[in-house]
Design a protein around this ligand. Structure first.
Ligand SMILES: [Zn+2]
Length: 298
């Protein structure tokens, strides 16, 4: 990709070198007494009600949410003094900010009143509105705070462990997570999450697959317009993305996840389906072609 020297996104929160809150978001034991008092008061019941409604709507664990509140909303970070990123890692950070910047250019053109998401770079572990996550979770999007979370070591893992090398493969990952953000803005994420518990698990998993494939499609739509407007792609780049679509499903990314942090599903489409929907988005660039929910064949 010819990505160097382009505009970088300003919506990047660099939390590298900070460790997330200790104890995995648990409630501070010293606060249990006062917390119980509050819980059994009238206001407490209202707060609990609001938290439960919020949790159902956003698909987060209410205990994580409460834990986050007790930890000061996840602000309790400590900075590791011995953190020094390598030159390669800093280049990956520049790259990610550039790709995010390009998705802003494209989606601002395609959608009215596009609300830009924030990219959080972290190392090790991170706290999000969807709970705490470790690097093993892989990149994820949290609809609760409209942020994308990436530990850049994932890109090295893609190359070394998942056999999906190439900068465009990395761009595809970012564009896929931005795709989940588009789904959130369009109300699709909420629609699907609201079905949880209303339909059988099997049926729900099928909806999750459609959500994933649509995020792939949206990544393809970005790539189509990005190529038209920014022209960053070089020969071999499309193949890199298709190879990555084949090699990395959210299932693989999330398999080693600790806890249920990622709001979308552990189920996914087949590699062939993932490649097909990315390609469809890339070839058409037409948002109307991406209705994976009413498609007769995925
Ligand atoms: Zn996904």
């Amino acid at each position: 990709m010819k990505w160097q020297g382009r505009r970088k996104s300003q919506n990047v929160e660099d939390r590298r070198g900070q460790s997330g809150p200790g104890g995995g978001g648990g409630i501070n034991p010293f606060l249990i007494g006062p917390l119980l008092k509050i819980l059994f008061s009238k206001t407490g019941l209202i707060i609990v009600g609001v938290v439960i409604v919020f949790s159902v709507v956003t698909g987060t664990n209410p205990l994580n949410f409460l834990g986050g509140l007790m930890n000061g909303g996840g602000q309790g970070f400590t900075t590791e003094t011995n953190y020094a990123p390598s030159a390669e890692e800093n280049e990956l950070a520049e790259f990610s900010a550039t790709i995010l910047g390009d998705t802003e250019i494209i989606w601002n053109q395609l959608l009215q009143d596009y609300r830009e998401p924030t990219l959080v770079l972290f190392t090790g572990s991170v706290s999000s509105a969807c709970g705490n996550a470790s690097a093993a979770t892989g990149p994820f999007y949290c609809p609760g705070d409209e942020k994308l979370y990436i530990d850049l070591s994932f890109f090295e893992d893609m190359e070394r462990k998942l056999n999906a090398p190439g900068d465009f493969a990395q761009a595809y990952v970012i564009a896929h997570e931005v795709g989940h953000h588009i789904q959130k803005l369009m109300g699709i994420t909420d629609e699907v999450h609201n079905l949880r518990g209303q339909v059988s698990e099997k049926e729900y998993n099928q909806y999750s697959v459609k959500l994933e494939l649509q995020a792939d499609f949206l990544a393809g739509v970005w790539a189509h317009h990005s190529q038209r407007i920014s022209g960053m792609m070089e020969s071999g780049d499309l193949e890199e993305a298709l190879n990555a679509a084949n090699a990395i499903g959210d299932d693989r990314l999330q398999k080693q996840a600790s806890g249920r942090v990622v709001p979308d599903s552990f189920t996914h489409g087949t590699s062939a389906q993932r490649m097909r929907w990315f390609k469809k988005g890339f070839e058409t660039g037409d948002l109307r072609q991406g209705d994976t929910f009413s498609a007769s064949e995925l």
